[in-house]
Design a protein around this ligand. Structure first.
Ligand SMILES: C[S@@+](CC[C@H](N)C(=O)[O-])C[C@H]1O[C@@H](n2cnc3c(N)ncnc32)[C@H](O)[C@@H]1O
Length: 408
């Protein structure tokens, strides 16, 4: 059993790990001194006040590879996307993001009055695929940032298009925006905001947080970016690969398998896997036509500890498979509008192993089509999980460190 396959045991392991202090109480002080190669996860240090975080830069060997990959990624037109083997899965993932954004925006709005500001940070925004979701959520301001300059430029153009369309409509929601390219695992984002005192209501990091698990310094920097400008009561939401599921599939593939997957995704480990490190657990991820670059396993208990250091308490961790079931009753119509499932006639797929699962619904469907994903797409999308953290208020201790008022 590895640290990625246990729950209770892995916190103990992490605490004992020689390079990492995982405590958000005084214990971290002593560990901090003995930590040799990585920054301690203890509360309240303000070590990157001078800009780019030197500790974070240690061990950040892969960020340029990731940046070049996304910078060079060609955006296919709608026709190319429709031809793709993962067309429905991409729409399905988009629906998951919409449901997650709507869920937490709704919670935030419960404590707001009409006309109050609603400010969002879209960290690792990519080409701005979520801008329409933000428009629909009636936000007032957004900060979009990503390591890939080409993507940020494209995101900004998409925003201009939305704005132009909104100018012509009486009812559209107009919101202000700022854009900049930078590495969220190495740079303190707050210092790049137009208003450094800005308070955010929501931070979103979709399909990207795992890149920071290359090193503790980077994960710490990214988590601080997610947390430090959130106002108490605000949320940090994310989607990322589920390390437990990845390790389960690796084990299932057999003891000698360094690589596993199907015709749409492939994972190949690029590090020592027995035992796996807490940070830098690197694998090469390939996803049909959209991703082909190094990624890192996210050791979830460590992520939770990092969050608490910056006042974030975990309020949701749900696999995509479970989130789909949970969100479907409210999101059924949206899923249909977004073409998140493929329409399949059960009687027409007797010899298609990608849709063999549909056979069992043949009787109940009585000739009607059924919405589903292909087996390969389902295997790829269920590699992921959604999570959400809530920001808590703090007081200060005698040394000027924040003490967060968690309610547990
Ligand atoms: C899979 S894409 C997701 C894009 C977008 N969030 C979405 O959901 O469509 C991952 C994004 O993370 C960005 N990224 C990766 N490492 C990053 C880093 N260190 N700092 C900022 N952005 C990063 C990539 O450039 C890419 O745009």
């Amino acid at each position: 059993m590895s640290i990625y396959e246990q729950n209770v045991a892995d916190e103990k392991f992490a605490k004992a790990h020689k390079n990492v202090s995982l405590s958000d109480d005084e214990e971290s002080e002593s560990n901090a001194e003995s930590a040799t190669t990585a920054a301690p996860i203890n509360a309240g240090q303000d070590d990157a006040a001078g800009g780019d975080d030197e500790e974070a830069q240690e061990g950040a060997a892969n960020t340029h590879v990731v940046a070049s990959h996304y910078n060079e990624l060609k955006e296919g037109g709608r026709r190319d996307r429709q031809k793709s083997k993962i067309f429905f899965m991409r729409n399905f993932n988009n629906w998951i993001k919409s449901m997650l954004i709507n869920e937490y925006m709704a919670l935030i709005k419960e404590s707001k009055r009409v006309g109050d500001a609603l400010r969002v940070l879209d960290m690792c925004c990519g080409k701005g695929g979520d801008l329409l979701k933000w428009e629909k959520a009636a936000i007032t301001h957004i900060i979009c940032t990503d390591i890939a300059e080409v993507s940020v430029e494209q995101c900004q153009r998409r925003y201009q298009d939305i704005l132009e369309r909104a100018e012509k409509s009486k009812y559209a929601n107009k919101f202000t925006a700022e854009f900049f390219a930078c590495d969220s695992t190495l740079v303190r984002l707050r210092e790049r905001y137009k208003d450094v005192t800005l308070q955010l209501n929501l931070v979103s990091c979709q399909f990207a947080f795992h890149y920071c698990f290359e090193s503790l310094g980077q994960a710490d920097c990214m988590m601080r970016n997610a947390a430090e400008c959130l106002e108490p009561g605000g949320y940090f939401i994310a989607t990322m690969p589920d390390a437990y599921e990845i390790m389960r599939r690796k084990r299932e593939a057999g003891p000698d398998a360094q690589s596993f997957g199907n015709d749409v995704y492939n994972i190949k480990f690029d590090c020592e896997t027995d035992p796996l490190p807490l940070f830098g657990a690197k694998y090469q991820f390939h996803l049909e036509g959209v991703v082909d670059c190094p990624e890192f396993l996210v050791h979830f208990p460590t992520l939770v500890k990092l969050g608490r250091k910056y006042g974030l308490k975990l309020v949701r961790k749900t696999t995509f498979a479970d989130y789909y079931k949970e969100a479907l009753p409210q999101g059924r119509n949206l899923l249909q509008r977004m073409s998140g499932l493929e329409s399949i006639q059960p009687q027409r797929c007797a010899n298609d192993d990608q849709f063999a699962h549909v056979q069992e619904f043949q009787a109940s469907q009585r000739g009607r089509p059924l919405g589903t994903l292909s087996k390969s797409e389902w295997e790829a999308t269920t590699l992921y999980l959604v999570c959400a953290f809530k920001k808590y208020k703090n007081t200060w201790d005698a040394n000027g460190k924040p003490v967060f008022e968690f309610d547990d």
